[in-house]
Design a protein around this ligand. Structure first.
Ligand code: IPE
Ligand code: IPE
Ligand code: MG
Length: 249
């Protein structure tokens, strides 16, 4: 058992990112349609958002729909879009209650206009909240994001708004969808898959990775605390030696 109090009083990840995977397999194992897995998964999202907010985590980023997920069967894509719409509508009041700032990364232009509008409204409505920043990655692909940034950097250089010599890591990061967000320090992926699937390739450079076999609909508070406890037990070295790190702390 994870010692809940020890975890809650320990050092929290500043930015937790999650690849929420395994909804389909959860449903299949129960002979249910995949949509039921996504519905149950949305409940897990509610729980995780509430818990992270309570634990005082500053940033939570959830991979909800990838640029590649558009290639899934049309019925599944529309069901996911519907679920997303319902989620936003039902969650905004709760975000206001819990002081949560809502944010979206990804190619919003790909999303149905109605959804895009709902997202804009939710962001505007929660913009001055000062608690947890909740970011949903929607129609998100990291290589696409990097190319998009490179294109904008090139355009700014061509227009004389930016000098080529001034492009360093911090300047480049400001051209990504995640501009203004710190890099994740912990990445969790559920369902036993051990891959990044084109998620935050630049931003995860030094993140701690945590994989669990649990499917997303079964991921619960205990599992979240377990992931955080694991994070708390690690020594982050950033290229230094263990002795150097100990001397610093
Ligand atoms: C994650 O669950 C949700 C999305 C990618 C939208 P999946 O739908 O990928 O579930 P599996 O991987 O098929 O079990
Ligand atoms: C990654 O899950 C995308 C999301 C969680 C939204 P996938 O299920 O689409 O990833 P792959 O295809 O198994 O790598
Ligand atoms: Mg999957």
């Amino acid at each position: 058992m994870t010692d809940v109090t020890a975890v809650a009083t320990g050092k929290m990840p500043h930015h937790l990112a999650i690849i929420m995977d395994g909804n389909g397999r959860w449903a299949k194992a129960r002979m249910l349609p995949r949509l039921m897995g996504h519905r149950k998964g949305a409940e897990t999202v509610r729980m995780v958002v509430t818990e992270c907010s309570r634990l005082g985590i500053a940033y939570l980023t959830l991979f909800a729909f990838s640029a590649e997920n558009w290639s899934r069967p049309t019925a599944e894509v529309s069901a996911l879009m519907n679920l997303l719409k319902k989620y936003i509508q039902s969650e905004v009041p709760r975000m206001m209650r819990d002081n949560i700032r809502f944010n979206v990364i990804g190619n919003r232009g790909d999303l149905p206009e109605e959804i895009s509008r709902e997202l804009e409204e939710a962001m505007a409505f929660t913009a001055s909240n000062t608690g947890l920043t909740l970011t949903l990655a929607l129609s998100y692909g990291s290589r696409q994001e990097i190319l998009h940034a490179v294109g904008r950097v090139a355009a700014d250089i061509a227009a004389g708004r930016l000098s080529a010599e001034s492009v360093n890591e911090a300047v480049f990061a400001d051209y990504l969808y995640t501009a203004g967000l710190p890099d994740p320090d912990l990445l969790v992926r559920t369902s036993g898959e051990m891959r990044i699937s084109n998620f935050l390739l630049w931003q995860l450079a030094y993140a701690e990775l945590y994989f669990t076999d649990i499917n997303w609909p079964d991921f619960n508070r205990q599992e979240l605390l377990r992931a955080i406890a694991d994070f708390q037990s690690r020594e982050r070295r950033f290229g230094l030696t263990g002795d150097q790190i100990k001397a610093r702390s």
